[in-house]
Design a protein around this ligand. Structure first.
Ligand code: GLY
Length: 462
């Protein structure tokens, strides 16, 4: 964990950001895979980690905004637990490591919360995303799981988003470590991209690098020679010469900070002319986006600029036609780039997504755009120094989408469907970097994963 003062300062900021009442932040519990004692790898809730630092199941944190009292609810282990899990530090001692001096058994949480409610004070809670915590909130507050979304504290959500959006220097160092592991994962995947290799072998090998790096993967590995499927978790194919292998993967550090990179590698080490041309358009969009990423710019404007690079490149190749700005304004580019440019990254790979994208990625000034493609942009608002974000443009040839648009005559004035047909079976290309917004601009975090097409091809051919 970080220094005790880190957690004390974060909680102070949070309490200062909420007018009154009691803040409840639930930790996560063990989650069974196939029977109760055989659990998934434990992952603590990120807001609990951020403010309370303890990476253990079965805890809840309380911050009383009015009295200043801070409590961790949780249980000490029993002798049976010690027999199976070894000696454990008492909860009181763990809590004091993060600056909290009051602990209470978890069974008393219901009585405590009911007491707050009956005294007419507000309980601020976050949107629960795990069924166990939905049931717990129901038990504590009487609000049924299906109604909880209407009662979550927007005041608390906004206060947390304000604090967690700006990464502290120690967090940036953690993200740098996650990026260093991510670098190894991607260079290893590139080196294995040879005809006949099973995608699963590569996916498993790079997942092992993440685990060996001290944490785990920051999300399930996306790796496929059918990269036109945006989040392809099917690793059942054997790589074929001439296909493109898209790898979207990252690591979490021991403290759970994430990295998230995407690279696209020619199987066997040679790009065809068509592949290289499309690759270079995506690379130009990525570079343009990094260049435009700076405080004061909205990420929506950066996204649209990347869309224009893509539309312009595709027009030069004869796949699109007409005025580039008009094509992007109408959403025609989304046939090829049907997702957003990027998202916040931190303790979660999509940082704070559980709190609601509308609060994390947008504000009163920048509202979400309800248009296919740009509607998937998770971050649109004005950038500030300390934001950590991803930059991940792509071009994909998705047969089902091409057929639908052609059949329905969608954007026929901007798309040359006959030419697009020649790219069936192409797959997809996405190139993703992780970026820190600085005082004057932005910088890539860590050493850039090889991205120049010749450099990537050379790694495969080694
Ligand atoms: N890189 C995976 C995602 O952004 O969803």
């Amino acid at each position: 964990m970080f220094e005790k003062s880190t957690y004390i300062n974060r909680r102070k900021k949070l309490v200062d950001g909420v007018a009154n009442g009691v803040i409840l932040i639930l930790g996560n519990n063990e989650s069974p895979m196939n029977y109760k004692a055989n659990t998934f790898h434990f992952r603590q809730d990120s807001s609990f980690l951020y403010f309370f630092g303890l990476d253990l199941p079965g805890l809840a944190g309380i911050l009383d905004v009015d009295s200043g009292e801070q409590i961790i609810f949780g249980n000490d282990v029993e002798i049976e637990d010690i027999i199976w899990m070894g000696p454990q530090t008492p909860l009181q001692e763990k809590a004091s490591q993060v600056g909290i001096h009051k602990t209470i058994p978890f069974s008393k949480l219901e009585e405590y919360i009911k007491g707050v409610i009956s005294s007419g004070r507000k309980i601020h809670f976050l949107p629960p995303y795990r069924a166990e915590n939905m049931l717990l909130v129901e038990k504590l507050t009487g609000i049924t799981a299906s109604q909880q979304q209407h009662y979550v504290s927007v005041e608390l959500i906004k206060a947390i988003v304000n604090i967690r959006s700006i990464k502290e220097p120690a967090e940036i160092e953690e993200i740098r470590k996650a990026c260093a592991t991510g670098y190894q994962m991607h260079v290893t995947a590139m080196g294995m991209a040879k005809p006949g290799v099973w995608e699963q072998e590569i996916a498993g090998t790079i997942e092992g690098i993440a685990v060996a790096g001290g944490g785990m993967v920051s999300f399930p590995v996306i790796l496929s020679q059918n990269g036109e499927t945006l989040h392809n978790h099917d690793h059942s194919n054997f790589l074929k010469e001439g296909k493109l292998m898209l790898t979207d993967a990252g690591a979490e550090t021991r403290l759970h900070y994430a990295s998230d990179f995407t690279r696209t590698t020619p199987v066997g080490g040679k790009f065809t002319q068509k592949q290289r041309e499309i690759y270079n358009i995506v690379l130009a969009a990525n570079n343009k986006a990094t260049q435009l990423t700076k405080p004061g710019a909205t990420y929506l404007s950066v996204h649209l600029a990347a869309c224009e690079v893509i539309a312009s490149g595709l027009k030069d190749m004869g796949l699109m036609k007409g005025d580039v700005k008009e094509a992007v304004a109408s959403g025609a580019h989304a046939l090829f780039f049907p997702h957003g440019l990027g998202h916040m990254m931190g303790l979660d790979v999509h940082d704070m997504e559980d709190l609601g994208q509308i609060y994390v990625g947008y504000d009163d000034e920048t509202r979400p755009v309800d248009q296919f493609g740009t509607a998937y942009l998770r971050l649109g608002r004005k950038l500030q120094p300390g934001f950590v974000i991803t930059n991940e443009p792509g071009i994909y040839f998705i047969p089902a989408l091409i057929d639908k648009w052609k059949a329905e005559n969608i954007h026929t004035s901007f798309i040359n469907f006959d030419k697009v047909n020649e790219y069936r079976g192409f797959g997809g290309i996405r190139l993703e970097d992780d970026i820190l917004v600085t005082e004057n601009g932005s910088q890539l975090i860590g050493e850039r994963v090889p991205i120049d097409p010749d450099e990537v091809a050379a790694i495969v051919s080694k």
